[in-house]
Design a protein around this ligand. Sequence first.
Ligand code: GLC
Length: 469
Amino acid sequence: MPETKELYEQVFAPEKNDVDIRSLIKKAKGVLDKNWRDTFTEPSINLYPHQWSWDSAFIAIGYSHYNQQRAQQELKRLFSAQWSNGMVPHIAFNREATEGEYFPGPKFWDTHRTSVAPKEPAGSGVCQPPIHATAVLLMLENCKDRKKAMDFAREIYPKLKAWHDFLYRERDPKNDGLVYIRHPWASGMDNSPTWDKVLENMQPYDSEMPEYERTDVDGEESREERPSDFSYDRYVRLLAFFKERDYNEYKIREDGCPFMVESVLFNSILCRAGRDLAIIAEWMGEDPTPFHHQSNRTAKAINKKLWDEESNIYLDYDLVGDERIEDHSLAGFLPLYAQIPSPARAQKMFEYLDTGSFCELGGDCLALPSYDRRQSEFNSKKYWRGPIWINLNWMLYHGLKRYGHPKYDLFIKKSIIYLAALTGFHEYYDPVTGEGYGEENFSWSAALFLDLINLKRYQTGDFEEDHIG
Ligand code: GLC
């Protein structure tokens, strides 16, 4: 491994481009092989011994470039945990893992209280961002065997439709196109400072605090990176609230669920996935109109309700406190990924993104921290409170591409290549030093790297002449 500075120049200097992409591809595939468990891929073998919902979609996108069978199997397994009301749980549990390996495990969730949850695989009782239709469309575009990919799309299409219908039916009580999440874990950005105030304001209710033991911290170092006990207690309290209502969506809402947020990230991903589902429907000769309709309403509502004209970023909305959450995380730029802002608005957003708050081109950091570096809550090491996450950057990369920011786009791509070459495929990274934190050999970091460098292109033979840019 070359010295840091030398490596930096290899990746970033415009006239050079000597980084060994071939060995990084091998490494990335190795990570996915290591984490593959016959029918699905674990996010990483230590901390996450089950299947996670949005991880699986990102992972399937990576596989789509070189292992169609696994890409399909990955989503097939995840959707076998789908509830009959359409919800896809954020975890589909792995029977092979013991209850003590991960908290909260299947016993603690006890989702079999509701008859809509399948017996096997058991799942959790919250969901995660619905990026799955996007993954299926990318599989159709990337996979070698188009016929097999179409057969798979036909099989999964009704499940994707049921998933989106669930969200619009059960999670949009105002019927304005914005769906809510009812747990920080459902946001995908579990420990974002965006939830701090909402969690602090959470009203205590009459149930006892269940006893539990965290499995995500083992010593001071991991405590420095992971959520606080204060947050964890509230995560668990919310879970108890859902259990007491047997995971009945209506009851959970009507009884005053203490956490209900219209998240920019979740709704932007849903909007883009809806557009992608419309394309899938067209390819299959089905009617795409309902999906266009759903996505257009979501886009309109995001623009109307979540846009903050003063600071040029989109903000989440707290339905319990009935107010916008004045907090700037990278998620606030994600509408770019779904082409929601007008070009003029997108330009203003870009001007904010390209500053020391996030990451300025030519500045002292790598693309792109998960939280505004100028805010006091920023922490370059702590889970979702500042470090670089590859999935958010992958979405922004594709978003900015559509609005035409080639220099910045290349900067994101090169930052990811640099991080992979410097420390491997970590769960998250320090935006200044590039140091890798959290889990090593993290699946979506490897999978999205493979997509970002467009592995399919590398397999066509002109590998040697290829250029990162
Ligand atoms: C953490 C992340 C979440 C991810 C999961 C598995 O909980 O916050 O987004 O899905 O780990 O990787």
